[in-house]
Every structure is written in C-alpha cells, then in structure tokens.
Design a protein. Sequence first.
Length: 154
Amino acid sequence: MTQTNQLIKTVVSTGVGKINKDQKVMERVLDNLAKITGQQPVKRTAKKAIAGFKVRQGDTVGYLVTLRGKRMNDFLTKLAKVVLPANRDFKGIQPSSIDGAGNLTIGITDMTTFPEIQEQSGTFQHGLEITLVPRERQKNPQGLYENLGIPFKK
C-alpha cells in the first residue's frame, strides 16, 4: 500500500439512534467496533434534546474511533482488499463521496463484512461510516484514494 503518509487520519463512526435504549445491543455494537478497529471507541452524546428524535441531552447517539499511523494503514488495507469486495452488489465508490476538502466518506451497511465479526445467530444489521482525511488539499483526491487501493465507479 502506498501513499498512506498522505492521510492524517481515518475516522470510523457508527450511530445508535434507534437502539440506544437496548443495552445488550449497544454493548454488541461497541464490542464489534472495537474488534474492527483494534481500539476502544469513544462515546458520542447528544449536546441538546431533540423531541422529534426522542433524544435527551446526554443520551448516547453514537461511537467514534480515530485511527492514525500503523493501525490506520492496516485498517485501510483490510478495507480495500477484504471488506469492500465482500459487500454484495459493490461496483465501486461514487466519486461524489469526496467532499470539497478532499475527505472521502464511505458508508458500510453491515458490520459483518469485516472478518473480525462472526455472523451471530439472530444478529441485527448495523452499519458504520468511514471517513479518510488527507494531510492537505489535493488537486486530484480521487487519484490519491485509488493509489491507496480504494475502488471507484468508472
């Protein structure tokens, strides 16, 4: 894998909006995220109450892990070579997934595509979001990510 020194960090996050009342499911999501990333996730809480979403201030709304250095490189290798090809109907990432600052955001709909997560009987499908942050603004950010092994739609 080349040019990983062009990235500052990789952020892996997941939201737990509808399941935040079920403690067993929350623990499983937290454990799965820790297995996938090799780091303990940080709990993200609601800054203010939003009645429409039935969220109170201080409720857990998600978990977040920031990867840098060797762990980031290992994670990106696993993502490009194992996880993305294992997704059903995967034909590449949309180029529109890159924002104006050059950050690439990838949504994974099911955590069980990661090799660390064994498919448990009666398991629920829970996704996560992966954001790759470049060190500096790129003229061709898609080329940078393609050099890292991330496949894009043609």
